[in-house]
Write a protein that binds this ligand. Structure first.
Ligand SMILES: O=C(O)c1cc(C(=O)O)c2c(n1)C(=O)C(=O)c1cc(C(=O)O)[nH]c1-2
Length: 251
């Protein structure tokens, strides 16, 4: 395991910075988490799949809000024009015909009620804290750090490519239609992360700024990791579901 704490000491070339950022993903992205491995092995119960979808809804719902925060902080109109595509992807043109609606469809396809998912009250406390930390990070840190924190999307096509075929093969109650959310994501994520990576490589022009960008990506990997840790703790065996959180009926 690399300690990325001083990875930019002495300064990196742009190619070296990209290499470090990709190394962060290789070591810390949530496709290395045991909950993801259980999912792709077909080992999760329906209740655990539901808990994943319900909790992950909170993440989906916050993404366009954090992107709107980033837009509000950007002074360059060309940057804003590019970044607003992200908000459009998630909100659609009326709020309910984009990615958030598709995630809701995924959750209802697994047997959950839409209103319960949308209300977010049954999500785990740790999910809400992790998602809130991501939103406030993007509101309070530098624009460079906020952009760098989105770079987990460099790696999301990989996890989606692992997840979708495995779910379709191993969970007979899940249909392709239920997983429609993921159809466009790899393409959108590549477009978005290429732009974000180019921004980070050109704006991280001192060792301090390079380190800040690396730390931001480490932070974001921690957000995603903490969400899966919380799911495993609550819904794994023996299970420690916090008071008030979703109680699966399905086994
Ligand atoms: O399926 C996944 O595991 C996964 C991961 C991530 C990510 O790496 O943050 C995103 C998404 N999906 C996703 O669908 C998405 O829209 C998204 C936006 C962002 C972001 O930080 O701006 N990450 C992600």
């Amino acid at each position: 395991m690399t300690d990325f704490h001083e990875a930019a000491k002495g300064g990196l070339t742009s190619a070296q910075l990209e290499e470090v950022l990709r190394q962060v993903g290789a070591e810390r992205y949530h496709n290395r988490h045991p909950f993801h491995h259980q999912m792709t092995a077909g080992a999760l119960t329906k209740g655990q799949m539901q808990a994943w979808a319900l909790n992950r809804y909170c993440y989906q719902a916050v993404i366009p809000r954090k992107d709107a925060t980033i837009i509000a902080r950007a002074e360059d109109p060309a940057f804003r024009a590019e970044w607003r595509k992200r908000v459009e992807d998630h909100d659609g043109d009326d709020g309910w015909n984009g990615g958030i609606a598709k995630w809701l469809k995924l959750a209802t396809g697994l047997g959950l009620h839409a209103e319960m998912v949308k209300g977010e009250r049954f999500a785990l406390p740790a999910t809400r804290f992790a998602v809130g930390a991501y939103l406030s990070f993007c509101a309070s840190r530098s624009l460079l750090e906020a952009v760098a924190s989105s770079l987990t999307e460099l790696f999301s096509p990989v996890i989606i490519g692992e997840r979708v075929p495995a779910i379709l093969a191993k969970y007979d109650y899940v249909t392709r239609d239920t997983l429609a959310y993921f159809e466009k994501r790899p393409e959108q994520a590549s477009r978005d992360s290429n732009f974000a990576l180019a921004y980070v490589l050109s704006h991280a022009d001192t060792p301090e700024r390079q380190q800040a960008a690396i730390d931001a990506l480490v932070f974001k990997c921690d957000v995603l990791w903490a969400m899966l840790d919380a799911l495993m703790h609550a819904y794994g065996e023996p299970g420690h579901i916090p008071p008030g959180a979703f109680q699966p009926e399905a086994r």
